[in-house]
Design a protein around this ligand. Structure first.
Ligand SMILES: NC(=O)c1ccc[n+]([C@@H]2O[C@H](COP(=O)([O-])OP(=O)(O)OC[C@H]3O[C@@H](n4cnc5c(N)ncnc54)[C@H](OP(=O)(O)O)[C@@H]3O)[C@@H](O)[C@H]2O)c1
Length: 267
């Protein structure tokens, strides 16, 4: 693969770089970071061997045709970055992980370039991310495959249309927080029912971790696994019956829909 230039060296930029090197898609020295605090870039070079540029011009002028340029700054900083950027070779693949920032913003500035927008989530930081990726019409199949491989390296990437990235935001983007709330709720319920807090928290967390891990490696769907562990009139049936009667599916639907609506508003 050609080199990768990365604008932004924060949590997400570093997580992606780490995944790409671990997966063998890039050598650390072929990833070149740019951010404003040079001391951070020097630290990353010292610790991980990434290259860095001391200006946007230097970063971009060193990019060969067909390389990739990733934007991993906060959404509120992107206008300044785009304004400061020199012209680009039209073969350079632009990749953005900025939440809520449309492809059209990049396309206005670089109308000829292939552009891919990615919605990753926070578990990407530990290589267990779930990302939706959407491409503009300048992208080739190869461009899309390249970016899917990059985000598969830090979890799982699914190709969608850009209009669907708001649902992806409501599902996998905000989803980790829903699961954290579920863990809290399960632990609090057990504490209220008499279990000590430490045991309740440990068991709630391990239950969600174990169930998700089992569902991930199983050839059965989550629905089939649920049926398999539910004996008629048993304890699990009693718990599930209560969740269903109290409208769990409707509650979850409303949560995903509310996050989707907020994502549309912010976009
Ligand atoms: N963290 C996540 O799990 C997550 C999940 C989904 C999407 N995202 C998206 O990923 C993007 C990055 O998030 P993050 O959590 O990595 O943020 P972060 O930790 O705050 O990092 C932002 C990076 O951008 C650099 N930066 C800011 N302004 C810049 C400029 N004008 N020129 C060059 N570099 C600049 C910052 O360094 P300097 O201040 O030194 O320049 C820093 O290295 C965001 O747009 C966010 O929406 C993140």
């Amino acid at each position: 693969m050609n080199k990768l230039a990365m604008i932004g060296a924060g949590a997400m930029g570093q997580a992606i770089a780490k995944g790409l090197v671990q997966a063998g898609l890039y050598k650390a020295r072929d990833i070149c970071f740019f951010a404003r605090r040079i001391e951070i870039l020097e630290g990353l070079k010292h610790q991980h061997g990434y290259d860095f540029a001391t200006s946007l011009d230097e970063l971009i002028n060193n990019l060969e045709a067909g390389s990739s340029l990733m934007f991993a700054v906060k959404p509120q900083g992107i206008d300044q970055v785009l304004a400061d950027m020199p012209e680009l070779d039209p073969s350079i693949l632009l990749i953005s992980v900025l939440a809520g920032t449309k492809i059209s913003k990049f396309q206005k500035r670089f109308p000829q370039n292939p552009i891919i927008r990615v919605m990753p989530n926070t578990p990407s930081q530990i290589m267990k991310g779930a990302s939706g990726i959407a491409a503009n019409s300048n992208c080739s199949e190869q461009n899309i495959k390249t970016v899917q491989a990059m985000f598969d390296a830090i979890g799982l990437a699914v190709v969608v249309e850009e209009k669907d990235l708001d649902v992806v935001t409501g599902l996998s983007g905000s989803g980790p927080a829903y699961v954290f709330l579920m863990i809290e709720a399960m632990a609090e319920a057990a504490t209220k029912l008499g279990l000590n807090e430490e045991a309740a928290q440990a068991l709630a967390l391990q239950t969600v971790y174990g169930a998700a891990s089992l569902a991930k490696i199983s050839d059965k769907t989550p629905g089939e696994l649920r049926v398999q562990v539910t004996s008629p009139n048993g304890t699990t049936a009693a718990g599930l019956d209560s969740l269903e009667k109290n409208g769990l599916k409707e509650i979850v639907f409303r949560a995903v829909a509310a996050a989707k609506a907020r994502s549309e508003e912010l976009g």
